[in-house]
Design a protein around this ligand. Structure first.
Ligand code: 4NP
Length: 173
């Protein structure tokens, strides 16, 4: 899945971010990507959601370390509530981006619309976002850095996908 797949409905896009617990990595990516989309003026055309393949934390707010890392960087982590992934997400969303290879196996593997979040990382494409849950605070800082640069690349890719969808007739783009 190089780049982003085309929109199912031209002109808008739905993107799902998935990890194991939906309290650390995919919520961090969710908050950062939504902020970047708002900054780019694309928040009215792109919907972001996140979930975990495991259901232990459903309904809970973000892990307090993930929330503290986001707050310190100027983001609002307070609205998140954990959800669980199910197979309906794979057909409802334009793309499902998961954090690591275990998540990828849990959702049934790669497809045209399912891949790794860091497939779009300009620094180390195809790498995993490592699970910070059992580690120290450094792990959360590392996750935020890779999520920030990858989210910027995703916004650029979304801009291209949406621009291609509503360019004027005959526009070669
Ligand atoms: P996440 O981190 O997948 O980034 O949300 C984890 C959160 C909780 C657990 C594992 C990973 N857990 O085992 O409860």
């Amino acid at each position: 899945m190089p780049g982003l797949p085309p929109a199912r409905t031209p002109g808008s896009y739905r993107i799902a971010l998935v990890c194991l617990g939906n309290i650390c990595r995919s919520p961090t990516a969710h908050v950062v990507l939504e902020q970047r989309l708002a900054d780019a003026g694309l928040d009215d055309r792109v919907e972001v959601a996140s979930s975990g393949t495991g259901g232990w934390h459903v309904g809970n707010p973000m892990d307090r370390r993930a929330a503290a890392t986001l707050s310190a960087a100027g983001y609002d982590p307070t609205r998140h509530r954990a959800r669980q992934y199910d197979d309906s997400w794979a057909t409802a969303y334009d793309v499902v981006l998961v954090m690591d290879e275990a998540n990828l196996a849990d959702v049934g593997g790669r497809t045209d619309r399912v891949g790794l979040f860091r497939d779009l990382d300009p620094v180390d494409p195809g790498a995993e976002v490592p699970d910070p849950y059992y580690g120290g605070d450094d792990g959360f800082e590392e996750v935020l850095a890779m999520v920030e640069r990858t989210s910027e690349a995703i916004v650029t890719a979304l801009d291209d996908v949406l621009r291609g969808a509503d360019g004027p007739p005959g526009d070669p783009a």
